[in-house]
Structures are given as C-alpha cells and as structure tokens.
Design a protein around this ligand. Structure first.
Ligand SMILES: Cc1cc2nc3c(=O)[nH]c(=O)nc-3n(C[C@H](O)[C@H](O)[C@H](O)COP(=O)(O)O)c2cc1C
Length: 191
C-alpha cells in the first residue's frame, strides 16, 4: 500500500486543525487505498530553519533535520490539512518544507483547507507555488471547507461536514492514488 502522510499544518494552542484532520483521516481510511500516518507539525516542532548548508546537499547538521528527512523519505503522497492565516499559508508549513529538497520530489500533494468564506483556499494557492519548486505535484481536486467552525459539534468537538465534502474527499483521494502510482515511476533511478 502506498504511504500517505496527512499533515496537521497549524501549530498554535487551541488550534482546530486536529479536528479537521481527524475527519479527513476517517475518510482516507474508508477510501482504503493508502497506508496512513498523521504528521502533526506541532509535535514535529522544527525550529525556524537552522541548517547552515543548502538542503539539496543533504549535509544535515542537526538531529531534528535528519529525523525529518527520514520521515518524509517514507512518504509516497501527502495531504496538507491547512487553514489560512491573513490570506496566506501558515509559516510552520513553509518552514517544514524548506528543510528538505530531494525528499519531497516526485510526490503528489492533496489539500484539505478550512476557514471562513474563503475555505482556506488562499493558503492552498500559495502553497501550490511552493511545492512545485520542489517537484511535488499538487492535485487540482481538493477539499475546501468554508465556515468550517459551524460543523464542529460544541458538545463533542467532533468536526463533521456534509456529504458534499465527503464526496470531495473521495474524488481528491482517487486522483491522489492515480498520481501516486504515476510518480512512483519517476522516483526510480534512471540507469
Ligand atoms: C493568525 C490568524 C489569522 C487568520 N486569518 C484568517 C484568514 O485570512 N482567513 C480566514 O478565513 N480565517 C482566518 N483566521 C481564522 C481561522 O480560519 C480559524 O481561526 C481557524 O481555526 C485557524 O485554524 P487553526 O485553528 O487550526 O489554527 C485566522 C486565524 C488566525 C489565528
């Protein structure tokens, strides 16, 4: 089974990201194509980029970078569960991406975004620019969750949007599966 890493991008105390990620993880497990790992950037807790050399050289000095490199190397595909902060992508995501180069290459990325009227889409658009510079392939199909807070049960804290969003998750995961197979070929060494 291809290995999918689902990122919780927000890191602040009282963040809602884990609720949204838990909902999407449920959809991905039901979809059944991927072996799933949650990558919580708050737990990963990378400092602001502190490697002295360009990451394309892979001469990592710090244990946190070596661990991050080993973890991302295991992935065949990613889904970033992201809000937008001030019409932009949350900085912990771009910081985490900047640490590495080759480990990201030729892997597909899907997006689950949440926010107010925008559904977090401005974060997605910004991040697409970033990921393509590292040879990741962003999916056109995506899950956008406008006014997502209205779908959080105040009693249980469980996030459950409607059928439309559940269908969007299936469509995005189908596409991610297709690209995961195609891009695995590009990651095999050329003789
Ligand atoms: C610093 C900051 C900036 C925000 N900017 C936006 C924004 O530009 N657009 C939007 O729809 N919501 C914005 N919000 C509201 C977020 O959608 C909402 O707080 C959401 O819960 C953030 O995700 P998180 O809880 O996982 O951190 C902002 C929230 C914070 C904390």
């Amino acid at each position: 089974m291809p290995h999918l890493q689902i990122f919780i991008v927000s890191t602040r105390p009282s963040r809602k990201g884990p609720l949204v990620a838990a909902w999407f993880e449920g959809r991905a497990r039901q979809h059944g194509h991927f072996d799933i790992e949650i990558v919580d950037l708050a737990e990963v807790n990378l400092p602001l980029m502190d490697e002295p050399e360009h990451p394309r050289l892979q001469r990592y000095q710090h244990d946190h970078t070596k661990a991050w490199s080993a973890r991302i190397s295991k992935a065949d595909a990613f889904v970033f569960v992201t809000p937008e902060y001030n019409f932009s992508a949350p900085p912990p995501l771009s910081n985490a991406i900047d640490y590495l180069v080759h480990e990201w290459a030729y892997k597909p990325v899907g997006f689950v975004s949440y926010g107010g009227v925008s559904g977090g889409l401005r974060s997605v658009q910004m991040t697409k620019l970033l990921v393509t510079s590292l040879k990741m392939v962003p999916m056109y199909e995506a899950v956008a969750l406008p006014f997502f807070a209205n779908s959080i049960d105040p009693a249980t804290g469980v996030f459950s949007p409607g059928e439309v969003q559940a269908k969007a998750a299936v469509v995005m995961l189908d596409e991610l599966a297709r690209w995961t197979a195609a891009l695995a070929v590009l990651r095999t060494p050329v003789p």
